[in-house]
Design a protein around this ligand. Structure first.
Ligand SMILES: C[S@@+](CC[C@H](N)C(=O)[O-])C[C@H]1O[C@@H](n2cnc3c(N)ncnc32)[C@H](O)[C@@H]1O
Length: 276
C-alpha cells in the first residue's frame, strides 16, 4: 500500500473519528483511505482511473474493512451525484489529493511521465473519454498548442515548442518522439520544460482544472458544518483555483499558511484545510 504525501498532517486536519464519514475524492492507491479506515472512519472512495479501483478491489488488504469502504469509479467533478447515489451524505470531511499517483506515473503505460520514452502518448485517466494526448497533438493548430503550453504549463518557450511539434507531428507516436520535438525546439534538453509540456497536455486531456472547480464547489454542499475539506495541490494553477474557491465562498482556513511537503519527482505539495 502506498504511503501518501503528508499522511499524518491530513489525518490530523480531517480530525478522523470512529464512525465519522469521509469522502476520499482521489482514492489512488488507497493510502489516505486506508488510514481513515484504520482509525474507524467510514469511507467513500472515488477515482477516475478504473485501474486504480480494480487494483484496490483485488487487494486483500482492504477486505478487512468490509462495509466501511465503498469504492466507485467516477469523476470528483460529480462528487455530489456520486455521494447521493451511494447514500453518502452529509459527511465529516473530504480529501482531494490532486494529480497522479506514483503507480500511474511509473506503471500505467499511458505516457504520463516524460521518463517513459517508449510509452504511447495517451494520458487519459479515464479510458471512456475520447481525446488522447496524441490526438490533441495531431489535431491542434500551432496557435492553440502554444496557448495550451503557456496557459497550462506556464512555459516560456511555448511558441517554439508548438512549431516544432507541428513540424514533426507525423512522426510523433510515443513519449520519446515528443521529447525529441521539444529538444529540437529548444536546442538543448530540459527536464523542467518536459514536465511543463506534459503537465499542460495532461490538464487538457483530462479537463483537470474544470473538474477541480466543480469538485470543490460541489463538495461544499456535502460537508457538515464544522467538517473539513482538505486539498493537496502540486502546481500553481491548482493552487489558484483552491485560493479563489476559498475567497469566493468566504471560507476559513485551519492553517494560516499551507503545509508544504516534498513529493517524488521533486514536486512540492501544498496542503490546505478548509473549515466548513
Ligand atoms: C495523487 S493520487 C492520490 C493518491 C492517494 N491519496 C493515495 O493515498 O494513494 C491522485 C488520484 O486522483 C485520481 N484523479 C484525478 N482526477 C480525478 C477526478 N477528476 N476524479 C476522481 N479521481 C481523480 C487519479 O486517478 C489518482 O489516482
Amino acid at each position: 500500500m502506498h504511503h501518501p504525501v503528508l499522511l499524518d498532517q491530513v489525518m490530523d486536519r480531517l480530525m478522523v473519528r470512529s464512525g465519522g464519514r469521509y469522502i476520499d475524492a482521489t482514492f489512488g492507491e488507497g493510502g489516505h483511505s486506508q488510514e481513515i479506515l484504520r482509525r474507524g472512519g467510514i469511507v467513500l472512495g472515488i477515482d477516475l482511473d478504473p485501474d486504480q479501483v480494480k487494483r484496490a478491489i483485488n487487494q486483500k488488504i482492504l477486505h478487512q474493512f468490509g462495509d466501511s469502504l465503498k469504492l466507485v469509479k467516477g469523476n470528483f467533478a460529480e462528487i455530489d451525484k456520486i455521494a447521493v447515489n451511494n447514500q453518502f451524505f452529509m459527511v465529516d470531511g473530504v480529501i482531494f489529493d490532486l494529480g497522479l499517483s506514483m503507480g500511474q506515473l511509473e506503471n500505467s503505460g499511458r505516457g504520463f511521465s516524460y521518463k517513459k520514452t517508449n510509452e504511447v502518448l495517451d494520458m487519459r485517466l479515464d479510458p471512456d473519454q475520447t481525446l488522447t494526448a496524441l490526438e490533441l497533438i495531431k489535431k491542434t493548430s500551432v496557435e492553440e498548442l502554444e496557448n495550451i503550453f503557456s496557459r497550462f504549463g506556464e512555459e516560456v518557450n511555448s511558441r517554439k515548442i508548438a512549431l516544432s511539434i507541428v513540424r514533426l507531428r507525423k512522426k510523433i507516436a510515443c513519449v520519446g518522439d515528443l521529447i525529441l520535438a521539444i529538444d529540437q525546439a529548444l536546442g538543448y534538453s530540459s527536464q523542467k520544460t518536459y514536465a511543463r509540456v506534459f503537465q499542460a497536455l495532461r490538464i487538457v486531456v483530462n479537463n483537470e482544472l474544470e473538474n477541480l472547480k466543480k469538485g470543490l464547489q460541489r463538495a461544499l454542499k456535502l460537508v457538515k458544518k464544522g467538517g473539513r475539506i482538505v486539498v493537496i495541490s502540486f502546481q500553481s494553477l491548482e493552487d489558484r483555483i483552491v485560493k479563489k474557491f476559498i475567497r469566493d465562498n468566504q471560507l476559513i482556513l485551519i492553517d494560516k499558511k499551507p503545509i508544504s511537503g516534498l513529493f517524488s519527482y521533486e514536486r512540492s505539495a501544498k496542503l490546505r484545510t478548509i473549515l466548513v
